[in-house]
Write a protein that binds this ligand. Sequence first.
Ligand code: HEM
Length: 455
Amino acid sequence: METTIVKKTVPPFPKERHWLFGHAGMLKDDAFGMIKFFIKNYGNMVSLSFPFSKVVIASNPEFARYVLQENSKNYTKSIAYDMLKPLLGLGLLTSEGDYWKKQRKLSQPAFHKRKLDEWTEMMIEMAQHTADLIRRHSEQAEAFDVLPLMTALTLDVISKAIFSTGVEDKAKIVSDQVTLLNEYTIEKLHRPIPVPDYIPTPFNLRQKKALGLLDKIVYEIIDKRQAEGVSKDDLLSMLIDAKDEETGESMSRIQIRDEVMTIFLAGNETSSNALTWTIYMLSQNPDAEQKMIDEIDEKLNSGIELNFKTVGEFHYVKQVIEESMRLNPPAWLVGRRSINEDEIGGYHIEKQTNVLIPIVYLHHSERFWDEPTKFKPERFAPEVRNNIDRFVYLPFGGGPRVCIGNNFAMLEMEVILITLYREFRFRLKEGFVVEQDPLVTLRPRYGMMMYAEKR
Ligand code: HEM
């Protein structure tokens, strides 16, 4: 009997490649430029050759919807997330399957509206401390780097949300070590050839030491809280007290540690980058800046007090943040790995293929946005906001693994912007070069040197 062999079409491989590292080397030098080039020349499903792994770039909203939502059961997180495992263990960001589902269900109540309401006052207070620091720079008429200031602020906010009070000195060590370990992860991403963590290189030993210190402190905090048996109004107590509805089981010490670390990392770097980019975008777009300041003044001068209930009335502030995250999405790329073979857009996807979804490309594409390079917060005005496809604009990802902290992040960023802009506006230092640096998150490569002008 004659059998017909149907050749499965894999997405095209761009012929431009590094002789040794394939496309990996090219992406390392200019990720955005290369991704745009590949898509323009080879279409919206492209194969890349990477050492030891299968990779495709899927760059249209239908593919994103399919992978992240409709067929999400066939996909785990992509290989890049493995890099975060030494730090995050099996926290929400890095775990999979039923384990992840159970942990997500247990953690969800910690992000409910009622909790956000309780945290708003703390967020305003923290933002006010930062305004005090900025005032000093402003009085001295000296330029300062906005990025580390925003990082310190979002770290303070997330620390307080997780640990509330009583462990300030320890929370500081946790935040320092998480920041250091995050830098180590970035350093590892820069390497052309990976070195496994178990080889005792000086770098790996430093990493091990930092992790050891971090674990020691976090476990001390968890153990002390459990021994006291007193529940506080913070994320740590919520994680400790969370119980599985069916089995009544609580999280183990390790699970609590992993979730704490995950929230610490996921909740800090993304928000501080988003805030820094937003302040920059406003400095470059004085009309939008003025419109936002007018809104802030109008509301606050009419006697509205900033709190959880009123923050939603600052529509333009929210639009500014959304537009800023369109142009500079802190999570610029998400990736998944196929469990079984699949078919996307008529192309064959082999099993264990890393499917990369370049959020930044979707956010910048002329196909979906009118004048995509322009900063126009009006795109997100309440009357048109619902017309935007959830898989064309997805700064917080999509499908079941969508960011659990998205409402927390929006609230935090709104509160911070309102608090800062009621007093200042910001101007970029003359000649300062601003460049996007797409690593784990999208950072400004050289920081963001600015002057604060008292309004
Ligand atoms: C502007 C700020 C933020 C941005 C842009 C952002 C973006 C994202 C994105 C894109 C994902 C999905 C990753 C994927 O699909 O692989 C994600 C997941 C996650 N984010 Fe955020 N995030 C932000 C703030 C926060 C905050 C403030 C928290 C915690 C307080 C947080 C906690 C998490 C967690 C735990 C996950 C994993 C969720 C899961 O898989 O169940 N994020 N975030």
